[in-house]
Design a binder for this molecule. Structure first.
Ligand SMILES: CC(C)(COP(=O)(O)OP(=O)(O)OC[C@H]1O[C@@H](n2cnc3c(N)ncnc32)[C@H](O)[C@@H]1OP(=O)(O)O)[C@@H](O)C(=O)NCCC(=O)NCCS
Length: 159
């Protein structure tokens, strides 16, 4: 497996795959091309034999100088639970630390139990100040708009 930075043309390969990789959820419109054009220094592709098997789209916060944010991570269904997601996250953590930042945030939908399990295993804490609980997890109702509830994750990186 090899890792490289994202490039603009990756959008045309990855976008058509997203809804299937997310189990049929309509997710591709949440990742427009701008992310592939303007966040290349902090976004990564995992490839095997020239085929894209995973990707991470993240960025350094413009507003919070100690923070970075992971917007999307996806691994080809045939390559899951083999450490691809973990390695993509560590690539991101390394570049975040090189930029003098130590806090990483991301959000996920409460229905995405895989994402909640993955982020928990990756050492993220769940923000506890949501307004309700779903399966014992604190959830922020309508966080991303009507009916768009979210679980909020935060991780402090070790120096
Ligand atoms: C979430 C996702 C990126 C994980 O990628 P992955 O390559 O399978 O994850 P890894 O193999 O690197 O696993 C890292 C850790 O998470 C755990 N994990 C991964 N998937 C899990 C699952 N479905 N249930 C429980 N734990 C899981 C692994 O066991 C591992 O923990 P460990 O090293 O302590 O044993 C992948 O399942 C995916 O693409 N899902 C669909 C898209 C998605 O929901 N993305 C996240 C929201 S943006």
């Amino acid at each position: 497996m090899e890792f490289r930075s994202v490039k603009g043309s990756d959008y045309y390969v990855i976008s058509p795959l997203i809804n299937a990789w997310w189990g049929g959820r309509q997710m591709s419109d949440k990742l427009p091309k701008l992310f592939f054009d303007h966040f290349q220094n902090t976004s990564f592709i995992a490839e095997q034999d020239g085929k894209i098997i995973g990707f991470l789209i993240g960025f350094l916060s413009q507003t919070h100088p100690e923070e970075a944010y992971i917007h999307f991570v996806g691994v080809h269904p045939d390559y899951r639970k083999c450490g691809v997601g973990r390695q993509l996250y560590h690539k991101f953590f390394d570049i975040v630390k090189k930029n003098g930042r130590h806090i990483v945030r991301c959000v996920t939908s409460p229905v995405n139990k895989t994402s909640i399990a993955f982020h928990t295993r990756m050492g993220f804490a769940i923000e506890k100040n949501g307004d309700k609980e779903v399966d014992g997890i604190s959830v922020y109702t309508d966080y991303d708009g009507p009916h768009q509830d979210r679980v909020l994750f935060v991780k402090e990186l070790e120096a």
